[in-house]
Design a protein around this ligand. Structure first.
Ligand code: BV8
Length: 238
């Protein structure tokens, strides 16, 4: 297993199809808390109470306030060099690059990434739990059907958006290199995309300052933060 940026840059130059799977670690250097790091969200809050339908039904006001708080963080910070490096990689690999993100903060899009598969939705929008109507204001009930509006994210126990996940699976099966960046790879079925890419023969590159349950599956592990490693990968001094 190589831990060398130059080796990976050589593989990247030959790649015909690139897939990237990102997690909360990519937004950490922008100031957005991760989930499972020692100072992460789950150290302070219970995912079952705040990121599940049960938690929402039990206390909709508390859940809405929590997401409004996270939305204010996400909209008040800036994308970091890691986000911009991935947007640049998409530009230089037009049509052969797919960014799959578990993140709900939309920082990839604000950094210029255009083809972003949000497998866990986004917390900028609200969605009617009954008819799916999307809004970005804070109305509590749907103007279309009066159903309850909730954050447009995928909660624990909820199915991922089928069309988005199908596109992500297709990218994972068809790529010849997959970067797995800033994710603990503990949340399924999103984490399964990295295993699928490996199963279909892709070269797997993990970018993370810490080891994860997935590290032993990677052909190359670049130990470091995404904001420092990713600009090096695209040949920009970070
Ligand atoms: C479903 C949105 C069924 C909301 C989130 C199989 C096995 C085991 C369990 C399951 C399984 N299948 C399903 C499950 C259950 C569950 C699950 O996976 N549980 C796990 C936790 C045990 N999955 C589900 O419930 C999924 N739904 O399966 O439904 C179904 C099917 C059909 C019909 C009906 C139902 C839904 C899962 C989605 C949950 N929603 N978020 C919100 O954000 O509020 S999950 C949440 O975790 C985020 O989306 C997040 O992105 C995701 C993954 O976390 P990470 O992004 O990896 O973040 P984490 O903090 O864990 O790690 C950060 C990493 O970054 C670390 O490695 C750290 O070292 C690194 N890092 C830190 N700093 C940096 C860095 N890296 C780079 N640079 C840095 N600077």
């Amino acid at each position: 297993m190589s831990n060398d940026v130059d080796t990976v840059r050589g593989i990247l130059r030959q790649a015909r199809s690139i897939a990237v799977l990102t997690g909360a670690g990519v937004s950490a250097e922008s100031g957005v808390p991760t989930f499972r790091d020692p100072d992460g969200l789950w150290a302070k809050f219970s995912p079952q109470e705040l990121a599940s339908m049960e938690g929402f039904l039990a206390n909709p006001e508390r859940v809405r306030e929590w997401y409004a708080h996270r939305r204010s963080i996400a909209t008040s910070v800036e994308p970091n060099a890691g986000h911009y490096a991935l947007a640049e990689l998409e530009r230089t690999h037009e049509g052969t690059f797919t960014l799959i993100t578990q993140n709900v903060d939309r920082l990839h899009q604000r950094a210029g990434s255009r083809n972003v598969l949000e497998v866990h939705g986004n917390l900028i929008e609200n969605r009617c739990n009954d008819c799916g109507h999307i809004r970005t204001d804070d109305r509590l009930d749907c103007v279309e059907c009066l159903g309850p509006m909730r954050p447009n994210v995928v909660w624990f126990g909820e199915e991922l958006p089928q069309d988005v996940f199908a596109a992500a699976e297709q990218a994972a099966r068809g790529c010849d290199i997959m970067f797995v960046i800033g994710t603990s790879a503990e949340v399924w079925p999103a984490a399964g995309l990295a295993y699928t890419a490996k199963q279909y023969g892709a070269t797997i590159v993990e970018v993370n300052p810490n080891p994860t349950v997935f590290s032993r599956e990677a052909h190359h592990v670049l130990v470091g933060t995404s904001a420092s490693v990713l600009p090096q990968l695209i040949g920009v001094a970070s």
